[in-house]
Design a protein around this ligand. Structure first.
Ligand code: GDP
Length: 171
């Protein structure tokens, strides 16, 4: 199989969906950092552990920033898409961004696993993962294995299940 040192996971989602919090929860304790204000359009966060490299990007920045994360599509082995399950209004925007990513020439047709975290499952009025899946149109994805998981990036609940699924897909 593939050497573990090669694995690159892109973490994408709108701003405020919980990407930084999620990455922080996945980080080994000694690597945890306090975050400054995220810079929209810039690589927001990055860490490497056990040969896996995680890089997080806001996909809600100005269109001119798009190329910044799109150029990483080619070398990605997996994508984690983070959604705020309680932000009903912006689910539509999240779907548009997800569809743009899936239709990109460097992504379309590739059997690369897509893990969706229906994050902030603890928040008031958070939608259930099935509802988030429907809102995002996940059932229409036929070229990639995908999985959706409810998560609470603050407590870490749900993260292990999602990452375990991803690890099985990549192996
Ligand atoms: P990013 O812009 O996608 O990196 O989002 P952040 O990680 O900065 O999180 C945005 C806000 O949502 C912060 O105030 C986090 O504390 C909060 N947040 C992140 N994940 C969760 C979650 O699972 N539940 C709740 N209630 N708040 C969360």
């Amino acid at each position: 199989g593939r050497g573990r040192t090669e694995v690159t996971v892109l973490v994408l989602g709108l701003d405020n969906s919980g990407k930084s919090t999620l990455l922080d929860a996945l980080r080994p304790p000694e690597q945890r950092v306090h975050h400054s204000q995220p810079t929209v359009g810039q690589q927001q966060d990055h860490f490497q552990s056990s040969g896996v490299s995680f890089s997080a990007w806001d996909v809600s920045g100005a269109p001119r920033h798009r190329a910044l994360w799109e150029r990483h599509y080619r070398r990605a082995h997996a994508v984690i898409f983070v959604v705020d399950s309680a932000d009903h209004l912006r689910l539509v925007v999240a779907r548009e961004e997800l569809e743009l990513m899936l239709a990109h020439p460097d992504m379309f047709g590739r059997r690369l696993p897509l893990l969706v975290f229906a994050n902030k499952c603890d928040a008031n009025h958070a939608l259930a993962p099935m509802q988030v899946a429907a809102a995002l149109g996940l059932e229409r994805i036929t070229d990639k294995p995908w999985h959706i998981c409810a998560s609470n990036a603050l407590s870490g609940a749900g993260l292990t299940d999602g990452i375990a699924w991803l690890a099985r897909q990549i192996r």
